[in-house]
Design a protein around this ligand. Structure first.
Ligand code: KIV
Ligand code: ZN
Length: 387
């Protein structure tokens, strides 16, 4: 299988003939914009300390993230100080601001070189949240972009709630502003992969500007929708570690980057082997432990218990693993429980230098099956010693 990457990541994926069919392939580098420190911190109940934010920013940078959204400086004095501290050591950061001069001034004070300006453009948000007309929103955007640019900032503009906004209105806005990137947020996660693909294709009919997508996970579609955006030729994706973020969260960086390699001909600057340890760090700092069966970073993502599966994995891991966990710096786990077979017991014991006859293995397995639950290595050894 061919992957457009010189680092040999393709060898870690075990895809099928149809995995990469069904769309017009695009081959290019996808820029990874991480918003763990901003949208991720908006997860209800999450608040990172300054030290944690600094550590996360350094780890993201080390892993090859192209743009790190360091925070929202207008939120508080502490937030501004933290963003400033991160900016002292990194120059690939971005800061969020609403379309008003006070917020923009805070970003300037934070020394970020990139500003992420946003304002809602959907009718429902303009009427009930902003209480502004479309013309007022339009003027606010053009004024804010000009102000930010006149202070030397690179601008990413997001029409908030883009996927419920009027397309003609967005075309008018995008045609009127001079920005580096337009980011399209699916703010309440109401797209599906087909509609997202169509949406981005539709936008590309009227602009050549760099396009980014920002997908929320309200229907569990965030990663799939982000990938659909890429398949429709988006240039950048906004993601978070472990998929943390408002409500059901954002598209997860580790899932999106893996999907880029698994399903598309595109590639990224991400060093995949760093992702598992970053996931663990963010999990500890945020207190949000990825659900056990979450792809890539969940505890069970590379665990196998059922006898038939374990036998296959022992013979050749490609039988039951779509991705080799080593690419993320993670390890596969053979779990012993009521679904286990002889091969798993034999494999674990022999890895510990313990060799048993077939009859002995059968007895050990019988005892464990009677337990009717998953057992750890310590318990297994206790059973072996009692045998
Ligand atoms: O989901 C959203 O609309 C956002 C914007 C601030 C980009 O996070
Ligand atoms: Zn968001």
């Amino acid at each position: 299988m061919y992957f457009y990457d010189s680092r040999g990541y393709g060898d870690f994926f075990n895809m099928g003939e149809y995995s990469r069919k069904g769309y017009e392939p695009v081959r290019k580098k996808i820029s990874i914009f991480d918003t763990t420190l901003r949208d991720g911190e908006q997860t209800p109940g999450v608040s990172f300390s300054m030290k944690e934010k600094y550590e996360i920013a350094m780890k993201l940078n080390d892993a090859g993230v192209n743009i790190i959204e360091a925070g929202f400086p207008a939120v508080s004095h502490d937030e501004l100080t933290t963003v400033k501290r991160i900016n002292y050591d990194l120059n690939n950061t971005c800061s969020l601001a609403r379309c008003n001069r006070n917020d923009i001034d805070k970003v300037i004070e934070s020394n970020s070189s990139i500003i992420h300006l946003f304002i809602a453009t959907s009718d429902i948000h303009m009427q009930y949240k902003l209480k502004m007309s479309g013309d007022q929103v339009f003027d606010r955007i053009t004024d804010s972009v000009e102000y930010a640019r006149s202070h030397g900032l690179r601008v990413i503009f997001s029409p908030e709630d883009a996927t419920r906004s009027n397309m003609d209105f967005m075309e008018k806005i995008i045609g009127a502003i001079d920005v580096d990137t337009v980011n399209f947020p699916d703010t309440i996660g109401i797209m599906n992969p087909m509609s997202m693909y169509y949406f981005i294709k539709r936008i590309k009919e009227f602009t050549n500007k760099k396009i980014s997508v920002h997908c929320h996970n309200d229907f569990g579609m965030a990663t799939a929708n982000t990938l659909a955006g890429i398949m429709a030729d988006a240039d950048e994706v906004q993601v978070t570690i472990n998929g943390i973020g408002e409500r059901a969260g954002n598209a997860s960086l580790e899932e999106v980057v893996s999907s880029i390699y698994g399903f598309s001909d595109s590639y990224t600057d991400i060093k995949m082997e760093k992702l598992y340890s970053i996931s663990r760090y963010v999990s500890e700092a945020s207190g949000i432990i990825p659900q056990k069966n979450k792809a890539i970073t969940g505890e069970n993502a590379f665990s196998h218990e059922a006898g038939i599966h374990v036998q296959g994995i022992i013979n050749n891991p490609k039988t039951y693993e779509a991705i080799n966990p080593e690419i993320f710096g993670a390890k596969r786990r053979i779990v012993i429980g009521k679904h286990s077979g002889r091969a798993a017991i034999k494999y674990i014991l022999e890895n510990k230098g313990i060799y048993k006859t077939e009859d002995e293995i059968n007895n050990i397995l019988k005892i464990i099956k009677n337990e009717n639950k998953t057992v750890d290595d310590e318990y297994l050894l206790q059973v072996v010693n009692n045998e």
